[in-house]
Design a protein around this ligand. Structure first.
Ligand code: PAF
Length: 281
């Protein structure tokens, strides 16, 4: 595996592959990798003979009171995992390489409407940070396909919309969430949990499953279902930001005739970890 830190080195390698007629698949990450990320690389390797991953903790997607400074930087351990997974090229740029001018002076990419709900409602500016960095990475890597985890379903929907609206020549592939045996979705932020919080954390997934089950059993009072789920999470020690049933493709509230294509979404704090999860209904 080759590791590069500059856009010029990245482009030189990808251009050489493209000239040789090889397809390229891309996995963007912020590092601190776990099995979920490695699963994305494995999926990327099925999709193209050449694979690129990026590790960049993107300051533009963190709010002023969020964990940008504390976010774990584990490049050496991440590199070993990526190499073992068979990745061809790791792009690990500095902040200055990605943002040569102050963030507020950089051009930003904003998808309308979709970022106003769910996580975006609690994290103003977050998705503009994500779509700005992902569009820059897409322009740098020029991959044929890019792979994202379904745990961040809202991010996946927003990136698909951005790629469609801007006619970006990259296919966006979503990959199912990887879970611990007790149901907890793998996340870099699980590392913030104490042993006691770790024991409580799978309740998030269990609560979504139970709520989805009530919906499937015919309970269509989504406001009641959401309120019950939030109350259950609060009773278990979480501070829920939201539990919401929405349409999977455009994140709108379900109309009475919408019985298929729905998902249930949640974000909840447990100590200093903000956990998110979602399931199809
Ligand atoms: O999902 C993430 O890890 C990040 O939001 C991403 C897509 C790498 C952009 O920084």
């Amino acid at each position: 595996m080759q590791t590069v830190h500059t856009i010029a080195e990245l482009r030189a390698q990808v251009v050489a592959w493209k000239r040789a007629g090889e397809r390229v698949a891309f996995v963007p990450t912020m590092g601190n990798l776990h099995r979920g990320h490695i699963h994305l690389v494995e999926r990327a390797r099925e999709l193209a003979p050449r694979t690129v991953a990026s590790i960049f903790v993107n300051p533009m997607q963190f709010g002023p009171s969020e964990d940008f400074a504390a976010y774990p930087r584990t490049l050496e351990a991440d590199s070993r995992q990526l190499e073992a997974a068979g990745l061809d090229l790791l792009f690990a740029p500095s902040v200055a390489e990605m943002y040569p001018r102050p963030l507020e002076n950089m051009t930003q990419v904003t998808v309308p409407e979709l970022p106003a709900v769910l996580c975006g409602a609690n994290r103003p500016g977050h998705f503009t940070g994500v779509t700005t960095v992902v569009s820059k990475l897409f322009n740098m890597v020029q991959s044929d396909v890019a792979v994202f985890g379904e745990k961040d379903w809202q991010q996946l929907v927003i990136i698909r919309r951005m790629a469609a609206d801007l006619d970006l020549p990259v296919e966006i592939i979503g990959v199912a969430t990887v879970r611990e045996p007790d149901g907890l979705a793998l996340s870099s932020r699980n590392g913030y949990l104490s042993d006691e919080q770790r024991a409580i954390a799978p309740t998030l997934h269990a609560t979504l499953q139970a709520t989805a089950e009530r919906w499937r059993a015919g309970n269509r009072d989504w406001a009641r279902l959401e309120a019950d789920a939030k109350a259950n999470l609060t009773a278990c020690g979480f501070r829920p930001d939201y539990v919401e049933i929405r349409r999977a493709d455009d994140l709108q509230r379900p109309a009475p005739e919408d019985v298929a294509g729905l998902r249930i979404f949640a974000a909840a704090w447990l100590g200093r970890a903000r956990l998110i999860d979602n399931l199809p209904i």
